[in-house]
Ligand binder design. Structure first.
Ligand code: UD1
Length: 347
């Protein structure tokens, strides 16, 4: 019997671990437990995902909460060291690129426990993104590198990793998508909001570079408000974004053609995504999900760590400056930009 411990911390981690948990549960020779660091803790950012993905309750919840990068990372390190001593796993899995990923990898590797990173090798090349530092640092220390796309293989080779440690395994986030899609299609969340399938835009924004600065956020909201006279929008608002929108009075001034809603659960969000005309986002994972679904996606960022979504999928990377963003959204809605779509290998 081998005991595997997987770490989840923030919203984008849950769907990456759920398929691993199901695969482990199907084997008699594996015991799999989940430790939740509590980096995300609101019901809408965490509990809803465990429910929607049929995940078992975590064996430990570290309750680290929010804070500066240093504080949050440090609290995960302290809490996870204790959790490892308690659970004594043979193997640790960390996923994605959040602060919990690097913090737990650091603790596990130093405790001499073999550790694997799921979603290894992705690189945006932008070291001002906290996630980029987390990716580089995690891959530098773990034993096994589980890769989702060709660029990951190329990056890890360039960085000189041992080829024997690199495994091209596909994409567990997309495994979760296919698991929940039948339910998401039945859910018809758009209809609940009075929207018509294929005739609305779905918006998410939460990258610090887009939302922490009020002026930048205001520019983006102005573009969305303008385009929403053509197509209605639904915007599930991340807590980070919500606080800036409210502080700047932008939430109160939002036109009725942009529906601000609370962060959506996994199935609700998937439901909104699969019947959207276009998705406008700065998320990492949504670029992959829209690629798998074949839904046009405009990513309001200058770089992506997931280039396969641009070369194979439906993702258009757009510099988040007003005129460029506005023209790109119109071009996609007009059908001027078409996407030669191909599902990436193993997704
Ligand atoms: C984190 C990840 C980011 C990921 C995102 C998905 C890092 C460095 N960043 O960013 O990669 O794309 O999660 O959501 O790990 N808050 C709540 N409730 C919660 C969680 C957060 O109200 O459940 C608020 C807090 O005020 C907090 C802010 O949201 O200060 C931002 O949360 P934080 O965990 O610092 O970073 P994210 O922006 O969520």
């Amino acid at each position: 019997m081998i005991k595997i411990l997987s770490v989840v911390g923030a919203r984008p981690n849950f769907m990456k671990v759920a398929p691993i948990d199901r695969a482990a549960a199907a084997r008699a020779d594996v015991e799999h437990i989940i430790v939740h660091t509590g980096q995300h803790y609101d019901a809408s950012m965490s509990d809803a995902f465990f429910r929607d993905l049929d995940m078992p309750q975590p064996a430990s919840f570290l309750g680290v909460g929010s804070g500066s990068h240093g504080e949050q990372t440090a609290r995960v390190i302290v809490g996870f060291e204790q959790a490892l001593a308690e659970h004594q796993p043979d193997y640790v899995i960390v996923v994605g690129d959040v602060n919990s990923t690097i913090a737990c990898a650091l603790v596990a590797v130093k405790a001499g426990i073999r550790t694997g990173h799921v979603e290894s090798g992705l690189r945006s090349g932008d070291r001002t993104m906290p996630e980029e530092i987390n990716r580089l640092a995690t891959d530098a220390i773990v034993d096994d590198l589980f890769v989702t796309e060709q660029s990951g293989l190329d990056n890890l080779a360039r960085e000189g990793h041992d080829p024997a440690s690199i495994h091209f395994v596909g994409n567990t986030m997309i495994d979760s998508l296919h698991y929940a899609l039948p339910l998401a299609r039945q859910r018809k969340k758009a209809h609940e909001l009075g929207l018509v399938d294929g005739a609305y835009a779905l918006v998410t924004l939460h990258r610090p570079s887009n939302v922490d600065d009020v002026d930048q956020l205001r520019l983006l909201i102005d573009v969305l408000a303008d385009v929403s006279t053509r197509i209605p929008m639904v915007f599930p608002v991340h807590p980070r974004t919500r606080s800036v929108l409210e502080r700047a009075g932008l939430a109160a001034g939002m036109p009725p053609s942009i529906r601000l809603i609370d962060p959506a659960g996994y199935v609700d969000f998937l439901s909104l995504m699969q019947s959207a005309a276009v998705v406008i986002t700065d998320s990492g994972g949504i670029q992959e999900e829209t690629t798998a679904l074949g839904v046009p996606c405009i990513t309001a960022r200058t770089t992506t760590e997931r280039p396969v979504t641009v070369t194979h999928g439906t993702n258009l990377l757009v510099d988040p400056v007003p005129e460029t963003l506005r023209q790109s959204i119109h071009a996609v809605l007009d059908g001027v930009i078409v996407f030669p779509r191909q599902v990436p290998p193993l997704w």
